[in-house]
Design a protein around this ligand. Structure first.
Ligand code: SAJ
Length: 413
């Protein structure tokens, strides 16, 4: 194996598990992050995010001396960039974190090094990254297109792991490897084969970028169909979960589950990278975004209906004497991630707009969450008049609440 040292830039939900995975194969890994707190935590052998089994992996890697973190890059044989790619303004992709990472590693890149972009990116971002490195290092020949040879290797290998199952999926999932040229693909395959048991499938950088966007847009469209059905069924007095279960008995139908909307940093974001490049063709992709983004507002209106119902049944009470409890704030079950969370959006909107007191329970997050009032589960069950189930965390599945005023966005109660 020609990689003795690997540098992973960005130690978040993807970078840290990936760094720990290489380190577990006894490869020296230098993790780089601008967040001093994350760097200090990792160097103590601890983790700053919630992900099953990651704590053990990081602790072992750090104590055995294979993983260390720093705020500035050092030389390595391979560099993996795993930084955020959010959108800005009118849903335009924001590549500034990739640009900053490319410029930070450029001074320490040497001939023969491999640079991999792992961040989910719009089509063309890997070529952009190569250009930023080339501009910063005129002394190096950086491949910018398929026919270029170059002194270094550049590839896009999008991460595809599911939060909550990252450690297993990093190893088991097939990997799409898109080199700027075929030599870069070969190098990247060699690197990932150190821990990936899934197949490393080779393509070019642009197709690899689009493949990742396509996977998440496909899921977004499927969830949008389930969310659309939930609105239709609500109007027609049909239980949407029963309906989907029945339809899914057909051998070629597999409808996903409705919820309060689509969250996280991936599925609610990545389709925009397609829409932004080709708006005139991405009709279905755009419609799915609109359906999924409309679900939190619809859920808020359902809660308001329950408050009105409660007040009709309790005529002596006023809205400011009513308590609404939101169960779950994370963007999906059994994680602590609040990014783009529809549950948090609903809780905040209710807190701002409702005359009633709104309390929230989030068992996976310690301490305060800005913009909402946090209470523990037992207190919420005791004081609330209206229960709003937003996330199907395992703690909430354990009981069937005795409350007449429920908005259950996940169909577990
Ligand atoms: N959701 C529903 N109904 C469903 C499934 C999901 O409402 O039936 C919601 C979830 O509650 C959540 C959102 O969709 O708010 C996204 O959750 P998810 O579990 O579908 O996906 P993520 O965002 O955690 O991870 C996705 C994965 N992509 C696919 O499954 C195609 C993962 O493999 C990617 O690596 C990840 O995006 C990423 O980083 O891009």
């Amino acid at each position: 194996m020609s990689f003795e040292t690997i540098s992973v830039v960005g130690l978040g939900y993807i970078g840290l598990p990936t760094a720990a995975m290489f380190a577990s194969r006894k490869i020296k890994v230098i993790g780089v992050d601008v967040n001093q707190h994350a760097v200090d935590t990792i160097n103590k052998g601890e983790i700053h995010i919630v992900e099953p089994d990651l704590d053990m992996l990081v602790h072992a890697a750090v104590t055995q001396g294979y993983l260390k973190a720093a705020t500035t890059p050092e030389g390595a044989d391979a560099f993996l960039i795993a930084v955020p790619t959010p959108f800005k303004g009118d849903h335009e992709p924001d590549l500034s974190y990739i640009e900053a990472a490319a410029k930070a590693i450029a001074p320490v890149i040497e001939k023969g090094n491999l640079v991999i972009l792992e961040s989910t990116s719009p089509v063309g971002a890997t070529e952009e990254m190569a250009k930023w490195i080339a501009e910063a290092r005129p002394d190096l020949s950086v491949p910018l297109k398929e026919s270029d040879d170059g002194d270094i290797f550049v590839a896009h290998c999008p991460e595809r792991v599911l939060p909550g199952h990252v450690v297993r999926e990093l190893v088991e999932n097939d990997r799409v490897i898109g080199g700027i040229n075929s030599r870069s693909s070969e190098k990247a395959v060699e690197l990932y084969q150190s821990f990936v048991v899934g197949e490393c499938v080779v393509t070019n950088a642009r197709t690899a970028e689009m493949a990742k966007l396509t996977e998440n847009a496909s899921r977004d469209v499927s969830i949008a169909f389930a969310n659309e059905l939930s609105l239709i069924c609500d109007e027609l007095a049909i239980n949407v979960w029963e309906l989907i279960e029945l339809a899914n008995r057909h051998p070629r139908v597999n409808i996903l589950q409705p919820g309060p909307g689509v969250g996280g940093h991936c599925i609610a974001v990545d389709p925009w990278f397609i829409i932004n490049k080709t708006p005139e063709h991405a009709v279905l992709t755009s419609a799915a975004r609109a359906v999924n983004d409309g679900k939190p507002g619809w859920t808020v209106s359902k809660v308001e209906q329950q408050v009105s119902r409660f007040l009709e049944d309790n005529k002596t009470m006023h809205a400011d004497e009513v308590t609404v409890a939101c169960f779950g704030l994370a963007f999906k079950p059994d994680i602590d991630d609040l990014r783009e969370s529809p549950a948090l959006e609903i809780a905040k909107q209710l807190t701002i707009e409702s005359e009633s007191r709104v309390v929230c329970v989030e068992p996976n997050v310690e301490g305060r969450v800005d913009g909402v009032e946090i209470v523990d589960l037992l207190e919420a069950l005791e004081i609330a008049d209206i229960y709003v189930l937003l996330v199907d965390h395992k703690q909430f599945k354990k009981f069937n609440p005795k409350c007449e005023y429920i908005v259950d966005t996940r169909g577990i109660w």
